[in-house]
Design a protein around this ligand. Structure first.
Ligand SMILES: [Zn+2]
Length: 716
């Protein structure tokens, strides 16, 4: 039930009615599109930046890593708030998962100098939160235990090619401690740990070089947004690129009492000790490790000569409290009025390394303000057509843990009924919009962004977004992509809670974020002060996120016909196939023409469906039974990409178009791409056939939907 007449009067009074008729929204008939826009106006008007700030202050008031009491309190607070806001079916779900918190972490250089690393971040008077004794030292979750004294070697970014370079210089890291830096180019710290483990290193130290996120970038905290001398990027090193979630329940939910495998069999548990360092603690090691000069491009932003090491020795001690602990996922709903079984899921995690000012508390604040508005509307009798599910995940930072367990627990229902999952991890670190979606939802996200105004530039969010992307591509000298008309990122890697939905359950995903200069990621300085001075003073972008996120969800929940564009999906798919074809050896060893033929069929069926849907929405001729069947069919497309066997070597990853590399980077057509990159042509051929079959299934399905619409329209 919608209170449309009331809204109309309200907005006429305020002089905000549209002066010219607007085109119908994707998936909406003209009349329902008008209703939807009115509903959105009402929703958007309820979002308050002041309340965003209050929520943000609450979430950033104490450090709350997964598995700790303060984080349990946060979960309880969210549940209480959701009940007060009027949300339905509020429940806290407990998962008993392998977790890891620090008992003792210490590091000293023992020769040629004595240096005891502080492993602490300095406090500043202007920001009392930085003086809270509850803040932990530098540590990396899921680190193995170690107590070792060994030579120290500098291995640049810690990627495989860096160890090749060391070998060329006669340096073997076996049994030694490797020191690597974050980023440059970016790779997930867990990949650095696995690489060091495979090289036989005794421990890995990962530090933040000022070239990446410190003074070389600009002013540092508390005078600017970049990381100061002692900032430490905490994090997990879990091998969740192999299988995410609780390491002891790979593929099934760790509900209390669930079967668990022994830790020794868990593929995502690292066997190497790891520690995070500030450059304050890394510099004395770099200056005193000796050895030959490092290659020029290995040098960072410190005013020292970077060397390869091997002469200085360090003592590393890591003692972790690693055991099964409860994590708490909070869940709530607004039940749909027309199709309560169909669901749109909105999620954000609440666990943070310390305060989590940006990551994730900005997202959590945006979510609480969004639910406040929707809860208020519900009290007024406004219910979406489909059910909205809100999830506040736990342990995202450890191994995408809470979302993975939930996505495994409700796998069957999600595969049957989920329309999409919309993830917001960090909502705001600045004003630069970054939106991603699977390729069939890209046109929808693009259209949605046109309904918003960017507060800084006063451009439409869509135009501001395009400008940001153009300048980023310019910076990166990426000429190839500047011509791309759509700014939507359709290449989706891992590193956040969307992973289980897309890669395991075949649920379409969208990701939303505002980015900016942000050098305090996972450090204590990612806090309330940082947000109010640099990230989003005034909480305008937090508010914009609440509006955008809610609007995106409401459109998916209320659309007459779900706004997927399969012709767009096919075009991206063709791009992915063409990229594989360009890889060395591919053309001569695996025939991708049959796959491209299927892609062309899928594209033409998709274009036909777009036309039929447009006609159907304009004439309003389809009956509700036809629409129901059509929407069910549309949801099947994404599930059709799932291969029950998963991708070779990583059976948990079922999606045949999307996965992530070990670095978390996006990886399209994962089974095929990885086989081609390994020149494993037999596997490549099998994987190409799997893709042909899935694409063929979807071309046939979409054709059937076109036929069905035609039959349904004739019935009337
Ligand atoms: Zn996060």
């Amino acid at each position: 039930m919608k209170i449309v007449s009331f809204v109309l009067i309200l907005f006429t009074t305020l002089g905000q009615t549209q002066t010219k008729p607007e085109a119908a929204l994707m998936g909406f008939a003209a009349k329902s599109s008008t209703h939807q826009r009115e509903l959105e106006q009402k929703f958007k008007a309820m979002i308050s930046p002041e309340r965003e700030r209050e929520f943000h202050r609450y979430f950033t008031s104490e450090p709350h890593p997964a598995g700790t009491e303060p984080n349990h309190n946060v979960a309880q607070y969210i549940a209480d708030q959701w009940k007060q806001q009027g949300l339905e079916d509020v429940v806290i779900r407990q998962y008993d998962v392998l977790s890891s918190l620090p008992k003792e972490v210490s590091l000293e250089m023992v020769s040629p100098i004595q240096y005891k690393a502080g492993l602490r971040e300095a406090g500043y008077d202007v920001d009392p939160d930085t003086k809270n004794s509850a803040v932990r030292s530098g540590w990396l979750s899921m680190s193995a235990n170690a107590d070792v004294t060994a030579p120290i070697v500098y291995a640049h970014s810690g990627n495989p090619e860096d160890y090749d370079m060391l070998r060329k210089n006669g340096i073997d890291v076996h049994g030694k401690v490797v020191l690597v830096r974050y980023s440059n180019p970016y790779s997930y710290r867990g990949f650095k740990a696995l690489t060091a483990q495979n090289e036989g290193a005794a421990a890995i130290l990962i530090y933040s070089d000022p070239a990446e996120d410190g003074y070389k970038k600009g002013k540092v905290f508390p005078d600017g947004p970049w990381g100061p001398e002692t900032h430490i990027q905490r994090g997990a090193i879990t091998y969740d690129f192999i299988v995410p979630g609780d390491p002891l329940t790979p593929g099934w939910a760790s509900v209390p009492g669930a079967k668990q495998i022994p830790v020794s069999e868990a593929r995502s548990v690292p066997h190497i000790a790891a520690m995070a360092l500030s450059w304050h603690d890394a510099q004395p090691l770099l200056q005193n490790m000796g050895g030959p000069k490092a290659p020029k491009n290995w040098g960072g932003g410190l005013p020292i000569t970077y060397r390869l090491g091997g002469e200085g020795r360090v003592h590393v001690k890591v003692d972790m409290d690693t055991r099964v602990m409860p994590y708490y996922v909070v869940e709530a709903r607004i039940r749909g009025a027309k199709h309560p079984e169909q669901t749109v899921v909105l999620g954000n995690h609440h666990d943070a390394w310390e305060y989590g000012g940006v990551d994730p508390s900005s997202g959590t604040a945006s979510m609480m303000e969004l639910t406040h508005a929707l809860g208020t509307m519900l009290k007024d009798g406004v219910r979406p057509d489909r059910t909205l599910i809100f999830c506040s995940w736990d342990g995202e930072e450890v191994g995408l843990t809470g979302s993975t367990e939930w996505g495994e627990q409700f796998e069957d229902d999600l595969k049957k009924n989920a329309v999409a999952y919309i993830n917001v991890d960090s909502s705001t670190a600045g004003s630069e919009f970054d939106g991603s979606a699977i390729a069939s939802l890209a046109p929808f996200l693009r259209e949605t962004s046109m309904s918003f105004t960017d507060p800084a530039s006063n451009l439409s969010l869509y135009d501001a977004w395009k400008k940001t992307i153009a300048s980023k591509r310019h910076e990166e000298n990426d000429k190839s992509m500047v011509a791309d008309a759509s700014p939507v990122n359709v290449r989706i890697g891992s590193g956040s809670d969307h992973t289980v939905f897309l890669n395991h359950d075949g649920v379409p995903v969208i990701g939303l974020q505002f980015d900016g200069p942000y050098g305090v990621y996972h450090s204590m300085y990612d806090d309330f002060y940082w947000m109010n001075h640099f990230g989003d003073p005034g909480y305008r972008y937090h508010s914009l996120m609440s509006r955008l996120w809610g609007t995106t969800a409401l459109r998916l929940a209320n659309a007459d016909i779900l706004p997927f564009d399969f012709a767009s999906y096919a075009r991206s798919l063709r791009e992915f196939v063409n990229e594989v074809q360009k890889k060395p050896g591919a053309k001569d060893n695996v025939d991708l023409k049959p796959l491209l033929t299927r892609v062309a069929e899928f594209e033409s069926a998709g274009s036909e469906l777009d036309r039929s849907v447009a006609a159907c929405l304009t004439t309003g001729k389809a009956d509700s039974a036809t629409l129901d069947e059509l929407n069910r069919g549309i949801l099947e497309v994404e599930r059709n990409w799932l291969n029950p066997d998963g991708i070779p070597g990583r059976p948990w990853f079922k999606h045949s178009l999307y996965a992530a590399r070990y670095t978390y980077a996006h990886l399209e057509l994962p089974g095929l791409t990885e086989a081609v990159e390994k020149a494993d042509w037999a596997t490549a051929k099998t994987q190409a056939r799997i893709l042909e079959d899935a694409t063929g299934r979807n071309a046939a399905l979409v054709k059937d939907l076109v036929t069905m619409i035609a039959a349904g329209s004739q019935k009337q």
